[in-house]
Design a binder for this molecule. Structure first.
Ligand code: KMH
Ligand code: ZN
Length: 274
C-alpha cells in the first residue's frame, strides 16, 4: 500500500481559544502549530488564518505572512490554504489566498448546514468559478466533500473541464454525512480511477476515521479545525500531538507515513525546486 499522507488542519475558522487555549491566532502561534504538526509527520498543512484577536480572515496579506513564516520553519511542507474561509464570506474574499499560487487549495463542492442558521454556501456558479480560477492559477484542488452527492458534482465538473484529473478528495464526515465505516466505504468507492482521498472525521470521530483510512489505503486529516481532543475529556496540547497519534496508528497497522516529497509524488504535484 502507498504511504499515508497526514494533513494537519491546524486552525480552522470556527474553533476558539475558549474551547482549547492552543488554537492558534497570531502568526507566531500559527507557525508553532504548523511546526509541531510537521515535526510529528504531517506533510500538508491545511491553513486558515485569523487576526490576532481570533477573527477569521482570508486576507492575502495575512496568508502571505503566515505562509512565509511556515515555510521558514518547515521548508518543504505542502501548504494548502482554505478557499472556504468562514461562513458568510464573499467569493472574492475567499479566493484571495489563491493569488499567492499555493501548491494546493480547497475546493468545496456543495453547500453545508453547519447547525442553527449557519449555512456554508457554495452555489454551482461559485464552485465552477473557483474550479476555473484554481486551474488558471496552477493550484491543485483538494476537493472537500461533505456527502456523496458532492463527489458526483465534482465528477461532473471534471468532465466539464473545471477540475483536472487525478482528483484528490477530502471527505469531511460527521457534519452532514455520517462518520461511519459503512459511509466511508461507500463514498471512497465512488471515486474515479486514479483519484486519491483523505478523511477528516469531526470531533470524536477523528481517530476512528483515521484508523479506517489507514487500513483502507486512504489518507488522513487531523487537527484543531476538526477536533480539539486527543482522547475523551483530554484536550490536545498541540496539533503535533494529534499527528503523533496518527503516526502511532499507522505504525501499529503497518503503513508508513509519507514525507512531503512523497506526498507530492502521490498527489501528482510538482517536486519542490531546490
Ligand atoms: N470554515 C468552513 C466554512 C475549507 O476549508 O475549504 C469552510 C471550510 C472548508 O473550512
Ligand atoms: Zn478548512
Amino acid at each position: 500500500m502507498e504511504k499515508v499522507i497526514i494533513t494537519a488542519a491546524i486552525c480552522g475558522a470556527e474553533v476558539t481559544k475558549e474551547q482549547n487555549p492552543a488554537v492558534p491566532y497570531t502568526v507566531e502561534e500559527v507557525v508553532r502549530e504548523a511546526k509541531s504538526a510537521y515535526d510529528a509527520g504531517a506533510a500538508i498543512i491545511h491553513l486558515h488564518v485569523r487576526e490576532d484577536d481570533g477573527t477569521p480572515t482570508q486576507s492575502k496579506e495575512r496568508y502571505k505572512v503566515c505562509m512565509d513564516a511556515i515555510r521558514e520553519a518547515c521548508p518543504d511542507v505542502i501548504i494548502q490554504p482554505s478557499t472556504g474561509g468562514a461562513v458568510g464570506m464573499t467569493d472574492l474574499e475567499r479566493l484571495q489566498p489563491t493569488e499567492l499560487h499555493p501548491e494546493m487549495a480547497t475546493l468545496d463542492c456543495g453547500s453545508v448546514n453547519f447547525g442553527g442558521d449557519e449555512v456554508f454556501l457554495n452555489s454551482e456558479t461559485t464552485i465552477r468559478n473557483f474550479g476555473k480560477i484554481l486551474k488558471e492559477r496552477g493550484v491543485k484542488p483538494e476537493i472537500e466533500v461533505f456527502d456523496k452527492g458532492m463527489v458526483d458534482l465534482a465528477i461532473r465538473y471534471q468532465k466539464e473541464g473545471y477540475i483536472d484529473k487525478p482528483m484528490h478528495f477530502d471527505f469531511v464526515l460527521g457534519v452532514q454525512m455520517a462518520a461511519t465505516a459503512r459511509d466511508l466505504a461507500f463514498i471512497s468507492s465512488s471515486l474515479p480511477e486514479g483519484s486519491t482521498w483523505t478523511v477528516a472525521g469531526l470531533g470524536r470521530h477523528q481517530f476512528n476515521m483515521a484508523a479506517l483510512a489507514i487500513v483502507m489505503g486512504g489518507h488522513v486529516r487531523v487537527g484543531f479545525e476538526d477536533n480539539l481532543y486527543l482522547e475523551k475529556g483530554v484536550l490536545a496540547k498541540s496539533n503535533g500531538e494529534m499527528v503523533e497519534k496518527v503516526v502511532k496508528l499507522a505504525n501499529l497497522l503497518g503503513r508508513e507515513v509519507a514525507t512531503p516529497a512523497e506526498a507530492r509524488e502521490i498527489l501528482s504535484l510538482k517536486p519542490l525546486e531546490k
